[in-house]
Design a protein around this ligand. Sequence first.
Ligand SMILES: [Zn+2]
Length: 326
Amino acid sequence: MDFNEIIGHENIIESLKNAIRNDSVSHSYLFEGPKSIGKEKLAKVFAKTLLCQRGGDNPCNTCPSCMKIESGNHPDFYMEYPDKDSFKKEQIDELQRTIRKLPLESNRKVYILDDVNKMTQQAQNSFLKTLEEPPAYVIIILLATNGYSLLPTIVSRCQIVKFTPIERQKIEKALIKNYNRSEDQARFIAVFSNGIIGRAIELSSSDEFKMLRDETIEKIDIVINGDKLKVFSVSDFFEHNKDIIDEILDIILLWSRDLLIYKETGNVDILINKDKVDLILNQCKKLSKPKIMDILDVVRRTKEDIHSNVNFQLAIEVMLLNIQEV
Ligand SMILES: [Zn+2]
């Protein structure tokens, strides 16, 4: 693994490489961004580069140090996860004991701490000492979904690196090239994953997700083409999948968006659900443009309502009846 294999985040990579080239690497970094956006992968490649014996701005992948990182047994590289649900003081104290020991094989020691949002206040207070006066050979990379739950004194000690969603086209290309997905599959997943590369990779290989999408679209088709009684039979599907209702509603939103786009442009090439184009054309014959806009509205509203704890079954039934009333 090296920087060339990372999808997106080019600016971050460039600034980290610059720091290596200019010998201005910080002692502590805070990598901040949504789950599965690629923080851990990038941090590991950065660590690998910092420890690589060739000393370039990209790991050589062949020196003993690079090999050891790859196989997970480099004595100067530490990847730390919260113990059970949190980083407690004991775990941080133990870590600090290892930090004080000199590196064994290189002139640096690199620590990555994943999910530091789960660090207790006590642990943070203890860790602050290390961040305030880190040994010269130590580089610490903290990974967090956001910095808000961290002590401001911790955040201010770190160089903050913000991870933002990756462009859709890049995810699409990567899924096709690196993960052998079909163009149609890659298109839908790239949009659905909202720029979160880890999620895109996970979803694109999930049979369950594929089934969920097929089934959701099938149910919506039943509602659009069926009578009132059908609505109640379909609502069971939503009840059974209550835990993943957000995903289901997002699938419906992307579907409705395609209906609207086809209605407005008649262009099938720009549809996200391109693999189901026949169904889209069919439903578009039945639905007017204002009706499709109403559907988009009601699905968005249902999503909000469910989050504000209205009666689940009622919210779903009202949504389905609204979708049906042409
Ligand atoms: Zn190397």
